[in-house]
Design a protein around this ligand. Structure first.
Ligand code: BMA
Length: 338
């Protein structure tokens, strides 16, 4: 890890300092807005006995270190959620047993079907996990924890079929906000990002369309929210995945959007081109080739540094970096809202 240096920024992140954010300076020769960690993948193929891949996973700072909820896939290819801990956000200890949820506050049924693509969101003093949960097809499971020891399962947010449930880190006008992406029971050849509100994390309504797939080819088939949105002085910064269909299957890339701070279903800017797309061997080759799938971002507000965790080729977990000034300038220079 290298020091950040003095990153100058105009637009700023609103949030806490995270001086120990995993970080590498942008390589001099890099012309892109997002650059990869030279030590990728941080969790490689076959990372632990019986597990063939850990990817599309969520990380947050916790008590001066980092915790994560990981999509951990055994050789049955059934995905479940496992807890992980790390001192530096790069080297991870993943628990062998999947997270054992307590069902005191819900009776959602079939807790063992499958669980994948988690997101982790701190709201006040609680951490909420949202993920794609099996309930006669995929929908958005929700759970909460304060200490990463006791995990309480809440009601599913939506009816099937839905994926990519991503919470906002604070209430807006008294309501929780969550993105989701209504889908089908299979590999879903469509998908737009919606926003829903809830007074209590149980009942969700006031559904709004935020962004549609389409436009440029890299995001023409479907899109889905990625990490928890980042509050900035200019709006909510959302990283998302955009998918194109090709004669050889789907290609998953990453884009960014800036949303209105009070009415986040209003899109201010949206990248007309991807900012990360499968290029490295670990992204173009794996259990599902040509996938970069961002699920978490860490931020150091004072320096504007952002570290993004993404799944690569449904096989490994990787890190990439950007800086708030660069991403905001890029968004404004290369935007098409539709
Ligand atoms: C999506 C989800 C992701 C996966 C992607 C590519 O539908 O299942 O978990 O990374 O497909 O296979």
């Amino acid at each position: 890890m290298q020091e950040s240096g003095n990153l100058k920024h105009k637009g700023a992140i609103i949030g806490d300092a995270l001086p120990n954010i995993p970080w590498e300076k942008k390589p001099d020769e890099c012309r892109d807005i997002v650059w990869r960690f030279s030590g990728n993948p941080v969790l490689d193929r076959n990372p632990m006995p019986g597990i063939q891949g850990i990817y599309n996973s969520a990380v947050v700072p916790f008590q001066d270190e980092f915790v994560g909820v990981f999509r951990t896939e055994s050789k049955s290819r059934m995905p479940f959620l496992h807890l992980g801990k790390s001192r530096d956000g790069v080297h991870w200890e993943i628990e062998e047993q999947k997270i054992d949820f307590i069902y005191d506050e819900s009776d959602v049924g079939d807790p063992s079907a499958y669980a994948y693509d988690p997101r982790l969101c701190k709201i006040d003093d609680e951490f909420f996990i949202t993920w794609c949960s099996g309930h006669n097809g995929p929908t958005i499971g929700v759970a909460k924890t304060k200490d990463f020891k006791k995990f309480i399962r809440l009601e599913n947010a939506f009816l099937p079929f839905n994926r990519n449930g991503v919470l906002f880190p604070e209430k807006i006008n008294g309501n929780y906000f969550m993105f989701s992406r209504p889908s089908d029971d299979g590999h879903t050849p469509f998908g737009d990002i919606y926003l829903s509100q809830s007074p209590d994390m149980v009942y969700w309504g006031k559904h709004r369309l935020v962004m549609k797939s389409g436009g440029q080819w890299w995001q023409r088939t479907k899109i889905g929210a990625g990490p928890i949105p980042i509050e900035t002085t200019e709006g909510w910064l959302l990283f998302y995945h955009g998918v194109m269909d090709t004669c050889n299957g789907f290609v998953y890339s990453m884009g960014a959007a800036l949303l209105d701070i009070d009415r986040p279903w209003k899109v201010l800017y949206r990248t007309d081109r991807h900012i990360l797309t499968p290029e490295k061997d670990y992204e173009i080759s794996g259990h599902v080739p040509n996938v970069v799938f961002p699920c978490a971002a860490l931020c150091d507000a004072p320096s504007g540094r952002i570290a993004i965790y993404y799944g690569a080729a449904d096989t490994s977990t990787c890190l990439a970096f950007t800086a708030i000034d660069e991403i905001l300038d890029f968004l404004k220079a290369h935007s098409q809202v539709f």
